[in-house]
Write a protein that binds this ligand. Structure first.
Ligand SMILES: *Cc1c(COP(=O)(O)O)cnc(C)c1O
Length: 401
């Protein structure tokens, strides 16, 4: 056998998928799995969605890429629709979540710079945050496990230990450019941020001229049952980073902002070769065609509620292993009483794919289009896997004695 040529950066499961349809994936050797990972909250409309496939094929026949040296009707259209549906008035397109965050960070700093306050470049973030893997975004996330060994931490980020408004008030000073937060922490373990805290952040930002940046890379585009999770809190950010769900599987991200904040980002201040290319924006527009359809988000809310109720019942019947159910819409997590790696492997043996997260959480991120049958399949797989985990643990206990 030849050596694996790939960087060993991922602890990959020994599964190779070759086909996907709806919420189901098939391996090379014809095994089927129910996909409650959805490419880590990316395949918002599942696999092989007919409208997305047709759109991509149609665009592939016309034009793939021209760079941002020219006008882009696809970007304009997607930008107009994102602005019409959100607080935003301006959009910059990227290819990933981390790049959307980079644009958000640069936009916040440059806004203050253009206002003659170049000392305002610091950004406050929160414990458990995840904002990506670039040098700036690992500094923003502040997690030692991602920072270690990669040289000096990029300056200008302070990670606060708690979502405590008094702590934030103490930490905002004349150097603070922005506060950056995920309305529900995804990688951190589906940790919901209290809406009253988000409201207090908005008020503090208004008082101090600090910008409020939401990272909705994971929570956005219908995942929580609203188009964006900030809507649940009844406030609006100044800048928002999105990606994952907006491309439905095609690499696409965006940084959204108010016109006032985006104003200083003039020619030469930022750029991306691929960002928002015709293939990506065609698919992004197709995703919005579906997600913005009447009743789609209500359906996500109803499906999310049903899944959450069934998970709560499951947690009740396994109180020794599951502490609680967390999350909103179809961004859900089982907070376990042990590291969830063993459970994840067991549910996979029962044909269900899930994602681990921090804080002992097993993440459930199905396509937004799942139905009752898929929920029932997932619950039975989880139930069986939890029983097996318990059996294994008691066997291990007996062996120790
Ligand atoms: C996934 C994620 C990112 C990073 O996105 P990439 O596309 O992997 O760069 C940033 N923030 C949040 C909240 C995420 O979930």
């Amino acid at each position: 056998m030849t050596q694996n040529p790939l960087f060993a950066t991922y602890a990959r499961a020994d599964l190779a998928f070759v086909h996907g349809e709806g919420a189901w994936l098939t391996t090379e050797d014809n095994r089927r799995f129910l996909d409650f990972a959805a490419g880590v909250a990316v395949n918002s409309l599942g696999h092989g969605h007919p409208h997305l496939v047709a759109t991509l094929k149609e665009q592939a026949d016309k034009l793939w890429h021209v760079s941002n040296l020219y006008d882009s009707p696809g970007q304009r259209k997607l930008g107009e629709r994102l602005c019409a549906a959100t607080f935003a008035e301006k959009v910059f397109f990227t290819n990933s979540g981390a790049e959307s965050l980079e644009c958000a960070i640069k936009t916040a700093r440059h806004y203050h710079f253009a206002n003659g306050e170049e000392e305002r470049f610091n950004i406050l973030t929160f414990d458990g945050a995840f904002h990506g893997r670039t040098l700036a975004t690992i500094a923003a996330g502040g997690q030692a496990k991602y920072l270690e060994g990669f040289g000096p931490k990029a300056a200008g980020f302070e990670n606060l230990a708690d979502t405590d408004i008094e702590l934030v008030k103490k930490s905002v000073d004349e150097t603070t450019a922005a506060i950056l937060i995920e309305p529900i922490q995804g990688e951190g373990g589906i940790r919901e941020i209290d809406p009253s805290f988000l409201k207090a952040l908005r008020a503090l930002c208004d008082e101090t001229g600090t910008l409020l940046i939401f990272d909705e890379v994971q929570t956005g585009v219908g995942r929580t049952g609203k188009l964006f999770a900030y809507e649940w809190a009844g406030i609006e950010p100044d800048i928002m980073a999105i990606a994952k769900g907006i491309g439905g599987g095609f690499p696409l991200g965006a940084c959204l902002a108010t016109a006032k904040v985006a104003e200083s980002m003039v020619p030469g201040t930022h750029g991306s070769t691929y960002g928002g290319n015709p293939l990506a924006t065609a698919v992004g527009n197709a995703v919005l065609d579906v997600v913005l359809e009447d009743g789609f988000l209500q359906q996500v809310q109803a499906t999310g509620l049903l899944l959450k109720q069934k998970l709560a019942a499951l947690a009740d019947s396994h109180p020794d292993l599951v502490e609680m159910v967390r999350g909103e819409g179809l961004l859900l997590g089982l907070k376990c009483k042990m590291a969830p790696a063993g459970l994840l492997a067991k549910v996979r043996e029962h044909g269900l794919l899930t994602v681990p997260a921090g804080d002992n959480v097993l993440r459930l991120l199905p396509p937004l289009t799942i139905g009752r049958e898929e929920i029932d399949f997932a619950i039975s797989a989880l139930d069986a896997a939890l029983n097996e985990v318990r059996d294994d643990m008691s066997k291990a206990d007996r062996n120790e004695q």
